[in-house]
Structures are given as C-alpha cells and as structure tokens.
Ligand binder design. Structure first.
Ligand SMILES: Nc1ncnc2c1ncn2[C@@H]1O[C@H](COP(=O)(O)OP(=O)(O)O)[C@@H](O)[C@H]1O
Ligand SMILES: CC(=O)N[C@@H](CCC(=O)OP(=O)(O)O)C(=O)O
Length: 300
C-alpha cells in the first residue's frame, strides 16, 4: 500500500490553518460553553464522532465545555417498542409515570453513556450525570401555558411529570471545570416532591448555562437555525421578533422551547445563544473557532 507523503508546502498550509484558531482560543480561554446536542442531531456515527472530537478539542484548548443532550426521537422509538402512546403539547412531552421511567432509561442510560464513550474514544475524558447527581438541578412541576395561533388563546396544560428547573447547584460542575473531565448531562431531575421528572433538554441546557454564566450556549439541531415563513434562515433574531414568530405559528413544535430558552438564558446573563445545524460535521468547531458564524444568533 502506498501512503501519500505530503509536501512541505502542504504541511505549512496545514500549520497555517491551525494557527488561525489562536485568536479564537484566546477569546474563549477558560470560558464556559454549554453545547446542547439534540436528539435529532444524533444517530449518525460519523457525526457523533466529529462532535466528540470537537468537544475534546475545546477542553484541551482551555475552554470549559459542558454537554447537555436530548433524545426525543430515541425516547419515541423505545416508547413505541413498549407500546406506550406519547403526545406532545407546545413542544413538550406529556409524561406519565410509565413514560418518565422510559425517559430516564433512555436519556440517563443508553444515550448518556454512548456520548461519554464516544468522547472517551476521541481521547477526552467525560463523565455522565443527570440533574439528580449532586442535587444539580431540582425542579418544580411545570405549569405550561400553550398559545393556540388559530384561536389566539392561551390555555394551561398539565404535562404530568415534566419539570421546570428551580434550583441549580453548580458545585459539581465547578469541580469538573478545574479538572480534565468533561460533564455530559442528561435532563432527568428530582422534584421537590421526591418524584423523578422529565425536563426538556433545551430548558435544562438554558438553566445550566445561566447558572454557570456561560459565554456561549449552542443548540445543535437538525435544521440550519430558525427559519422564516419561506423556510429561509434567519441569521439574527431579536426578542420581539422571536415572540412574534411564536405567536403567528412560524416557530412551532420543538423550536418553541428552544427559542424560549434562548431568551431566558440571555436574561440570566449568557452572552450569546446560537441555534445551528448539528448535522454539519464539526459544527461546534466551525461556530466557535472560525469566522463562519452558522445558524441563528439570538442576542439581547
Ligand atoms: N421556524 C422554525 N424554524 C426551524 N425549525 C422549526 C421551526 N418551527 C418548527 N421547527 C421544528 O423544530 C425542530 C427542531 O426542534 P426539535 O425537534 O426539538 O429538535 P432537537 O431534537 O434538536 O431539540 C425542527 O426540526 C423543525 O421541524
Ligand atoms: C419534557 C420533554 O419534552 N422532555 C424531552 C426530553 C428529551 C429532549 O428534550 O430531547 P430533544 O432535545 O431531542 O428534543 C422528551 O421527553 O422528549
């Protein structure tokens, strides 16, 4: 087998590309970046590997990456296998006792460990945790108001065991920040009533980013960002515009909690939030370490 030997010029070009990362490494040195890996962005082995490599590289470059993952489609698949029906309201799963057991099994079990293992294979060291570990995130039962654009009315819906983060304790994450270990968090949390709660992964990521005072919160999903009525990417979104697009139904389904979380995270002091396509290889590096700002930037 013949191996292609690179010329000196090619190797110098590679070194030049690497050196271009320096200003970004300096900009984000020691800064916390929360990356939410959505269930829709998962499932492709090569993409999962590229994601794990990016996260490992961030940690080695001196940033403090914190991964929060979802797994909505994977929960759907397991519920279907078990013949348990599931419905959503306003982008969130109506969760009864049986469902929350499956949610914990899939999120804290298979998905969390798969991401931890993939980061390990990329050369990083990750630890998988839920909101229960170290009492990281305690929730109250969510009272969700759902806006119906057709009737222009708002109704309060009981989603069952769906939690809203109330207290976030960052001790464990602060300890990990000083170590080589990358936290990978599943949004399953204890309630004040001693029950287990299902938390939307976007909501959870927002609460974590807010409590840590993160510099960036990235949402990796399966679309290029927030799209307008003509399915064109909106590059920058203001609060007023986001609210208008939710009210007129342009933003729907899972994009509603995502955008709502972005606005809340900005209120809590996160500097900038980006919704971007996690199906693009190395989306995280592309966003943080190059000028190629992909996706929708939501600012204060
Ligand atoms: N205006 C919009 N722009 C982009 N996506 C939207 C919009 N409204 C609804 N969506 C839907 O939101 C989905 C992303 O949210 P979600 O399904 O919760 O993904 P994830 O699993 O990544 O959190 C998109 O795949 C799309 O179907
Ligand atoms: C309350 C609620 O909706 N919880 C979500 C948790 C997983 C999630 O948010 O996954 P994605 O990020 O892939 O959408 C669910 O049960 O599907």
């Amino acid at each position: 087998m013949s191996e292609t030997v690179k010329s000196e010029a090619e190797l110098i070009a590679e070194a030049e590309i690497l050196s271009k990362a320096l200003p970004y490494m300096l900009r984000y040195d020691d800064k916390t970046v929360v990356v939410k890996f959505g269930g829709h962005a998962m499932g492709d082995e090569a993409l999962g590997k590229a994601f794990a490599e990016d996260i490992t590289l961030l940690k080695l470059a001196g940033l403090n990456p914190v991964v929060v993952h979802g797994g909505g489609p994977q929960i759907n698949a397991m519920l279907a296998k078990l013949d348990i029906k599931s419905e959503f309201a306003g982008g969130m799963r109506i969760t009864d006792k049986k469902t929350v057991e499956v949610v914990e099994m899939v999120l804290a079990g298979s998905i969390n460990k798969e991401i931890v293992q993939t980061i390990g294979e990329a050369g990083g060291r990750a630890i998988g945790l839920t909101g229960k570990d170290g009492n990281m995130v305690t929730v109250e039962r969510l009272k969700r108001k759902i806006y119906d654009p057709a009737t222009q009315t708002e109704t309060e819906v009981d989603l069952g065991f769906v939690g809203n983060p109330k207290v976030v304790r960052t001790e464990v994450l602060e300890v990990l920040k000083k170590s080589e270990i990358i936290p990978v968090l599943a949004p399953v949390c204890p309630g004040e009533d001693g029950e287990t709660y299902n938390v939307n992964a976007d909501t959870f990521a927002g609460a974590i980013a807010g409590a840590l005072g993160a510099t960036r919160l990235l949402f990796l999903t399966d679309v290029p960002g927030v799209l307008d009525k003509d399915k064109q990417l909106i590059r920058e979104l203001s609060r007023a515009e986001a609210q208008r697009l939710i009210e007129d139904g342009t933003i729907s389904g899972g994009m509603i909690p995502k955008v709502e979380t972005c606005l809340e995270a900005l209120d809590r002091g996160v500097e900038a939030v980006v919704i971007l396509n996690g199906k693009v290889p190395h989306a995280v590096l592309l966003e943080l370490f190059t000028e190629h700002g992909a996706g929708t930037l939501i600012t204060r």
